[in-house]
Design a protein around this ligand. Structure first.
Ligand code: PMP
Length: 353
């Protein structure tokens, strides 16, 4: 830290992204990327747009917003596009959080939530998970705080039904409830349908997983026009051109090509179930994931030990050092071939112990 770094943030512990090593070619199952490339129409749209990069991008994202509004059945004033969904989440902490309005979230969830809280000096209220990593929505009843919940949750993969989401919204009408749907396309039902009933609901989404665009950095929020207007105030106070031209073109083309992406998600879900069965047969405990990853532990080998052994064999998975989940690894679903190699490697690791 330099002598110039503000003391206000000296205790800030930044988020640690999944490793992106360049030393070896790994089978990369550690950052929940899609194993499939973007569709050809997306690749063409990006290449076409490159010829116009001398011009700023449209700060209102009109073209992409229109396409997304039609796709999700909402008004264009109900959407805000951002640089990944990380940005809309940060905007939500900035816009709605303060000393009187903390943010509550599950103590085991997306690691960026406590970082956004600390960065924006918003008090954080971590709520412990219940049995088997379940989120008990009754723990959030009239909690006197904004709420952010990843549904399905990460890294557990577990999903809350819309009735449970509605309970959160109903019992916290005076606070914003952010439902982070980064993984909703892998088997869950979106809370977007609840937006007309609840003006305190903000749903955040990403193109990084189900739309194979992690490298383009595109996310968005959907909510009531007044919530979106507040978030726009933050956007225009930080970075009006937060989404670049090529990414906007990619997002629009991706939504127009949704059949291609639906097929990819269906394949990933099938591969997930097959891999889950195989891991259970090998003696793993595996949560019932509705995402593009599995969360698995084995009582014969520690989580870190397995992570390191897989790494040595050219396979990267994600291990978290938190005591409650240190026995587990988060394994992104890759292609069938990649998962076969993973399973064979795990078998030989288990044989050797
Ligand atoms: N929410 C959750 C639960 C995530 O796991 C991620 C991915 N790291 C994000 C949000 C952010 O995704 P992105 O910024 O790529 O849209």
């Amino acid at each position: 830290m330099s002598q110039f770094f503000t003391s206000r943030l000296s205790a800030l512990r930044p988020y640690t992204p999944g490793e992106q090593p360049k030393d070896t070619v790994y089978i990369k199952l550690n950052t929940n990327e899609s194993p499939f490339p973007p569709s050809e129409s997306v690749q063409r749209a990006v290449a076409d747009e490159a010829a116009r990069l001398q011009l700023y991008s449209d700060p209102e994202c009109r073209d992409l917003n229109r396409t997304a509004a039609d796709f999700f059945g909402v008004g264009t004033d109900q959407i805000l596009m951002t640089n990944g969904s990380d940005e809309i989440l940060n905007f939500a902490f900035m816009a709605f959080g303060d000393e009187q309005n903390p943010f509550a979230f599950p103590s085991i969830s997306y690691g960026f939530y406590p970082v956004f809280a600390a960065l924006n000096r918003v008090p954080a209220k971590p709520i412990p998970l219940g049995k088997d990593f379940r989120i008990n929505v009754s723990d959030y009843k009239e909690i006197g705080a904004n709420i952010v919940i990843a549904n399905p949750n990460a890294p557990t993969g577990l999903y809350l039904g819309l009735d449970e989401i509605e309970f959160l919204l109903k019992s916290n009408r005076d606070h914003v409830v952010v439902i982070d749907e980064a993984y909703i396309d892998f088997g869950g039902e979106s809370a977007i349908s609840l937006i007309p009933k609840y003006d305190n609901l903000l749903v955040t989404r990403t193109f990084s997983k189900s739309y194979s665009l992690a490298g383009a950095r595109l996310g968005f929020g959907i909510g009531s026009p007044s919530l979106i207007a507040d978030l726009n105030t933050i956007k225009y106070s930080t970075n009006p051109y937060n989404v670049n031209r090529m990414t906007m073109a990619a997002g629009k083309a991706a939504l127009l090509d949704s059949a291609y992406y639906r097929e990819g998600c269906d394949k990933i879900m099938k591969t997930r179930e097959r891999t889950r069965e195989a891991l259970l047969a090998l003696g793993f405990t595996v949560t019932d994931s509705k995402t593009n990853f599995l969360f698995a532990a084995h009582d014969k080998i520690g989580g870190k030990e397995l992570y390191l052994a897989l790494k040595q064999n050219g396979i990267l998975v994600r291990h978290f050092d938190l005591p409650e989940i240190e026995r587990y690894n988060r394994i992104t679903i890759g292609t069938d071939e990649q998962m076969d190699i993973l399973l064979e490697t795990i078998k030989s690791i288990l044989k050797g112990i």
